[in-house]
Write a protein that binds this ligand. Structure first.
Ligand code: ATP
Length: 235
């Protein structure tokens, strides 16, 4: 579905991604994990089109994304839930969801998707007329994911949904993401610093360090890998 080959991205002299190759198959849950500054956000920006790579290939369903404007990529069914949530603070929960639908393909009437989104996140239903800026951090993260879902995506890209949240809230968010993958049959690409939680639910994982993939494998292979267990899982 999504295929990235030998991707290079630099900010001025700083190489943020070096010869990065990853693949996401239809219906898969793929996690890209790595420490601060490893290049995870840059990878997402390259896929959604807000940074221009120096070289490499990005294809989605066989179509070349590299020359496609960001809005067109969103219309293909790629939803990017950004790091730090970035909800529209002065809009209500419902208006935020509507903005998500607007960014999407426009093929699906978002109102038909609304019940399933509110079902997934009942707290958004309770607070649908509340201004997004007054929600708690966890609620804002749920709204950001809901906004992504409102665009009727095929591929949902989640940038560090755990960021800045208390452990119990992080568990609730990961449970929901798992549910989205299972019940809504969506393809998920997750980037995370929380390695254990991210690898727990994935089919396939990539470990990124200073812009390079240093390890890749299936869930089982990575969870039993000595290097991963020692460096990332604290075992
Ligand atoms: P974090 O988890 O801290 O967000 P990350 O893995 O998402 O980290 P990126 O944000 O992709 O990493 O950053 C990769 C590298 O590129 C870092 O060294 C960062 O300082 C640098 N970088 C990111 N954005 C820019 C920018 N706009 N200008 C210059 N350097 C940047």
């Amino acid at each position: 579905m999504l295929r990235i080959r030998s991707l290079n991205v630099a900010y001025g002299g700083l190489h943020a991604l070096t010869d990065l190759s990853i693949e996401v198959g239809e219906g898969q849950f793929v996690a890209v994990v790595g420490p601060n500054g490893a290049g995870k956000t840059t990878l997402f920006k390259a896929i959604s089109g807000s940074v221009t790579p120096l070289s490499g290939e990005i294809t989605y369903g066989g179509r070349d994304l590299m020359k496609m404007p960001p809005a067109e990529r969103a219309r293909l069914g790629i939803a990017h839930v950004p790091e730090g949530r970035q909800v529209f603070a002065s809009m209500t929960v419902l208006e935020n969801l509507e903005m998500g639908a607007y960014a999407g393909r426009g093929r699906v009437d978002w109102k038909t998707l609304l019940p399933s989104i509110l079902d997934l996140f009942p707290v958004l239903d309770e607070r649908k007329d509340q201004l997004a800026g007054t929600l708690s951090g966890g609620e804002q993260q749920m709204l950001a994911i809901g906004r992504g879902l409102a665009s009727a995506p095929e591929l949902l890209m989640l940038d560090e949904p755990s960021m800045g949240l208390a452990p119990t809230i992080v568990d609730a968010i990961f449970d929901r993401v798992h549910q989205i993958h299972q019940q809504h049959n969506l393809t998920i690409l997750l980037v995370e610093q929380r390695v254990a939680e991210a690898l727990e639910s994935c089919d396939l994982g990539y470990v990124l360090e200073t812009g390079r993939v240093v390890l890749e494998g299936t869930h089982d292979a990575l969870m039993s890998n000595e290097q991963v267990r020692r460096a990332y899982l604290g075992m």
